[in-house]
Structures are given as C-alpha cells and as structure tokens.
Design a binder for this molecule. Structure first.
Ligand code: KG4
Ligand code: ZN
Length: 349
C-alpha cells in the first residue's frame, strides 16, 4: 500500500487539513483545523452552467471542476491566513458522486499530498454530511439521530460514536431532494427545485390540498414517489389551482413525514440529540418544524447553518480529521467510488 506523509506528527487539535469537494456541481475547498475549526471555506457553485439543462450534466460538471479547482484551492489557502507549509494532510471526497467530477478532486488532492509529502485522505461524502452539523456544535452528546436528506439520499442514522453508524430508515424510492426537484420541474419552477419550491411555498396555503403522507405510521423507512405522482395527478385534474398552494401543500407533506419519523427514531434509540443534514436541510419549513420538535421533546437539537447543509468542503475537512485519527492515511492506489455507501456497524441497504 502506498501512502504519503509517513512521518506525520500526531493528530491533534492543531492538525490542519486542506479539503476538496467536487462530487457534484459545487467546486469547494476549505482548511479545517482539529476537525472543528474552519479557517476558510470557499464554494463555487456551477448552478448557472447547469440551469439551462434543468439538471446537472456530468460532462459539464467535470470540465467546470477542472477550470475552477485551482483558483478555489488557492483562495481557500489565502483566506485561511495559514502558510501552505502548515498543511498536515489533504483530503478529497472520493464517493459517492459523479465519477468524472470526483476524479478531478481526488487527483488534485493526491498530487498536492505527494508534493507536500503529507497524507491523502479519501472521504465519504455522506459521512461528511453527518459531520457538517457537528462542526457547529462539536460537543453534542451521543448517541445522536441524524436525518440526512439530500438530492440522492434520505436516511435516518443513529450515530453512536465517531465512525459508528446504524441505519434506522431510508427511502424505498425517491430521495426527498429528488421529489422536490421533480415536482419543481413539473410546476415549471426551474432548477434547482428545492429552493424554488421553498420560496414559492411561502405565498401558499400548506393546508390547501391534503396530499398523502406515505408510510407515516409504518416503521422508519420513507417513500416519496407516490406523493410526486399525486401532485402531478392533482394539477392535471385541477389546472386552475394556485402553484403556490400546490408547492406549500407538497412541502408540508414531505416535512410532516420527515419530522414525524425523526421523532420516532429518536425515541426508539434514546437519542441524546437530533441533527439535520444534507441539502434539503436548507428548507425553511423543515428547519422550523425540526427545531419546534426538539423544543417540545426537550432534546438537544442541531439545525446547521444553510451553508453547512448544502455541499461544501469544510464538512469534508471535519470528517477527514476523524478518519485520519482512526484509520490513518488512505492509500494513493485508492480510486473514486460513484456508488460508495455509508460504512455501517449494523443494518444494510
Ligand atoms: O446535499 P446536496 O447539496 O447535494 C447532494 O449531495 O445531493 O443536496 C441537493 C438537494 C437538491 O435536491 C436540492 O433541490 C435540495 O437539496 N435543496 C432543497 C433546498 N435547498 C436545496 N430542498 C428543499 N428546500 C430547500 N431550500
Ligand atoms: Zn451532498
């Protein structure tokens, strides 16, 4: 196995990680010290490049990462105020994600690790989303229940300790973010769909249409594809309905199920706290309802800042620090993994 940085000094609160994120349509770099102290975080979004196609075009994403990554990394280093000789390790998301996009970040991180002779750390993007919240409240007591809701995933995870995850529930069809994006496309609200639905829903009545709450009282798995179909069928039958009312009622149905199941999961495992994560965690109603649930239940709660919910490299730097401490450097022979899953101590998917 070949790794760089064989003479790494002990991993501690002063260990500085340069982290790179290129798994989808954000090119991001960040310097994080000790797994919690964000020295800089630069995110360059490609949304404008993909908007005209109504979704992320993998080929365009890969090329854009190539153009953007060097200036983004350079800016992250300058903004951190830290000299590059202080960087102790270089991390990159190595999955899951678009293969062409992932490879840009992984190759850059390995090159920098070789150049500086410091360890390279390949990071699981899903694990990083779990750490995004902890960056803002690192002292939360475990076990935690994390609701991870993004464009590709909807999962309830019990975090028993660092690196120890148990899958409690997941979607059996569409991810929550995917449902937002598909409904937004059907309603002609543009791309990306989640923020568009969130915005127009503010002018609508969430009780206007009683959309189904699939599997609300059955276990901890989710299903959103029937809801999406219900929205489509309803609008086709009622073309005069206000789009804002449809968006608000759809959003209310998604959020109701997400919050209800998170509460049940937290009760089941006796969680000390609940954490929200992933791109859909930027949703206004979900954030409000999640916080209200915690207040009602008297449970510690973490609703991260919006910037920490959507893709960024600070969360990669946080997860990398814990992985470096527990597993050491990643071999330079390790590639990128488009379908990488969260490592679980129990449960399967
Ligand atoms: O975590 P993320 O940035 O990328 C993935 O790893 O998937 O999540 C992107 C997803 C998209 O489906 C987007 O529509 C959704 O998060 N999203 C939102 C909001 N902001 C982003 N969904 C609902 N409301 C929002 N405000
Ligand atoms: Zn993500």
């Amino acid at each position: 196995m070949s790794t760089t940085g064989k003479h790494l000094r002990p991993i501690d609160d002063s260990t500085v990680v340069l982290a790179i994120e290129t798994s989808c349509d954000e090119t991001a770099a960040s310097l994080v010290m000790g797994g919690v102290d964000v020295l800089s975080s630069v995110v360059s979004s490609q949304i404008d490049l993909h908007a005209q196609y109504g979704g992320v075009v993998p080929e365009i994403a890969g090329r854009a990462h190539l153009d953007l990554l060097n200036p983004v990394v350079a800016r992250a280093i300058v903004e951190s105020g830290v000299d590059e000789t202080r960087i102790d390790a270089v991390a990159a998301t190595h999955g899951p994600g678009l293969i062409g996009a992932l490879l840009v970040g992984v190759s850059a991180a390995k090159s920098l690790a070789l150049t500086w002779d410091v360890p390279y750390i390949g990071v699981n993007h899903l694990e990083a989303h779990l750490y995004a919240g902890l960056l803002e409240k690192p002292d939360l007591e475990m076990p935690l229940v994390v609701l991870l809701v993004s464009g590709g995933h909807t999962m309830l995870i019990e975090m028993r300790n660092h690196g120890e995850y148990r899958l409690l529930g997941r979607t059996i069809d569409d991810a929550a973010g995917e449902a937002f994006d598909k409904v937004a496309r059907f309603l002609d609200l543009g791309y990306p769909g989640g923020p568009a639905v969130d915005a127009i829903a503010r002018e609508g009545d969430p009780n206007a249409i009683d959309f189904p709450r699939a599997m609300r009282n059955e276990g901890l798995d989710f299903s959103f594809s029937g809801l999406k179909t219900s929205v489509i069928n309803f609008v086709r039958k009622n073309p005069a309905v206000r789009t804002a009312d449809v968006a608000a009622s759809f959003q209310a149905a998604v959020v109701d199920v997400l919050v209800h199941k998170t509460r049940r999961a937290a009760e089941q495992v006796g969680a000390k706290g609940v954490v929200l994560g992933g791109g859909v965690a930027a949703n206004s109603l979900l954030r409000d309802r999640f916080a209200a649930m915690c207040a009602d239940d008297g449970r510690a709660c973490l609703v991260p800042s919006r910037a920490m919910c959507t893709d960024n490299a600070a969360m990669i730097g946080a997860a990398a620090w814990y992985r470096l401490r527990s597993d050491g450097a990643t071999s330079l022979d390790t590639g990128a993994f488009p379908n990488l899953r969260l490592p679980l101590i129990e449960g399967s998917w």
